[in-house]
Write a protein that binds this ligand. Sequence first.
Ligand SMILES: [Zn+2]
Length: 231
Amino acid sequence: MRRDKGVSCVTVKAEIHIGMEQLQFRWVVRPQNEIRSPRRMAAPSMDFRNTTSVADSTLLPLIEEAIAPWNVGRIRVRVRYSRGADFSGTCFYRDRRIHVNLGRHLTFPYRLGTNLGRVRSFATHWQRPIYQLVLNAPYQLVYFIFLHELFHLLVETAKRNTRQKEAMCDRFAARALVDGHGVVVTTKEGMLVPRDAWDFQDLERFVAAARIPAAAIPAPRRALQIARARG
Ligand SMILES: [Zn+2]
């Protein structure tokens, strides 16, 4: 079964991504500040390869900080261009491998359709409102996909049921982008969505069994964890 091997995700895409407006702008040249920077050595805590133009020097600190509190071992991370899809992500549980595939054609700001919304029940059906994350740069989409897949890995590491966790994964990832990267959550019409409409689950507690005990984390990482807890 797929859930034993891993999970492959193509997070919900809003209609806007396949609209004519997007197609017309596929040719737009990537901004100069996205030109690839010199390679940086990956931390021993991970085996990292990135073949996109998003800078390693941007991605590595983010990923290092994200995995620091968690007992995920030495993960393997591969960031590359998709073969045409806007993006996708995959988490292979057995060898702790996360793949992030980024569309080369995307332009930013990019409105990412998500599973953040709370499912509502109506007389005849269930419905989840489509909330969008307004991402301002390619690194933010890579970071979002990575965090989404990391949460799948944390669920598995914590020995929780791994099925149907897309909304939790999106919420885990969205928190980091909203808190630290100036990303906003909006409705399809562009109206800002209040935080409590999507950030209402105790995600940390759900995967608490995957957390490294504070005393076991090397000093710099521990300081980071404490700072984050206070912040
Ligand atoms: Zn997923």
